[in-house]
Design a protein around this ligand. Structure first.
Ligand code: SAM
Length: 233
């Protein structure tokens, strides 16, 4: 998979993909992440990429020209499955979207800054508008990093044990069960006996019950989805 990220602040994206699973995925050739500085595409003498809002009001707006030129160049080189604008007024990111996107070939992510991008960029190029939650960040870079991380870890071959991602929260509309490692007793707290039983089917049943109860307590909205899906099957 190839992911192109358009940003005014490329430095903000140097860290998140340089270590651990994201680094391994790139090294193994399973994910290519390309960062583009929008300002490099500005034809203005001072490389300006923002301007005042029409109608007045506080805050600058990212201009059309450098973003459009960058997107046009990239689109002339390959076809994108989605061109995603990170924005608080978009649909909220969820595991279902991450699963879908992990099977795509080419994604383009556009990071906004200031008051965001000129609406005409959104109207002309954007196929999907995505928020990472109901709060406002200063820029789209951290949101882009969240999307890349949550999508790339799902690409087949990226995790050492692919079944691990399948038992994470949200995959079945359930939250993950508790996990334990050595020592089996810490400060008087013992791990549940069942986990030492060696009985795989019973351990799976215990994990399911823990997941189910946790989801019922913390996220009844998810449990409804889980129950609906179970009824359909
Ligand atoms: N004026 C915009 C609004 O109220 O919807 C907020 C602009 S915000 C200060 C600047 C940029 O940060 C946005 O263009 C977007 O790219 C990014 N951003 C902020 N919050 C975000 C969120 N919750 N999810 C995704 N991107 C976000």
């Amino acid at each position: 998979m190839r992911i192109d990220i358009l940003t005014l602040l490329p430095k903000l994206l140097e860290g998140p993909f340089a270590d651990s699973i994201m680094h391994r995925a790139q090294k193994a050739g399973l994910a290519e992440i390309h960062i583009h500085n929008i300002r490099d595409y500005s034809t203005a003498n001072n490389k300006q990429a923002d301007d005042y809002q029409f109608g007045g009001g506080a805050g600058m707006v990212m201009t059309i020209q450098p973003i459009a030129d960058c997107i046009e160049k990239l689109k002339s080189e390959r076809q994108y499955d989605e061109i995603i604008y990170l924005t608080p007024d978009g649909e909220t990111l969820n595991q279902g979207l991450c699963n879908q996107w992990s099977m795509k070939e080419n994604l383009l992510l556009l990071c906004g800054h200031y008051k965001g991008v000129d609406q005409r960029i959104r109207d002309k190029y954007i196929t999907r508008e995505v928020s990472i939650g109901d709060y406002v960040l200063s820029g789209g870079e951290l949101a882009a990093a969240v999307i890349v991380d949550s999508v790339v870890r799902l690409i087949p071959g990226v995790l050492n044990d692919e079944t691990s991602a399948l038992s994470d929260s949200f995959q079945d509309h359930l939250l993950a069960p508790p996990v334990y490692t050595r020592p089996a007793e810490y400060d008087g707290m013992k791990i549940p006996d069942i986990l030492l039983s060696g009985h795989f089917a019973k351990i799976e049943e215990w994990r399911f019950q823990e997941s189910y109860q946790k989801t019922a307590q913390r996220r009844p909205d998810l449990l409804e989805k889980f129950n609906r899906k179970s009824d359909e099957q």
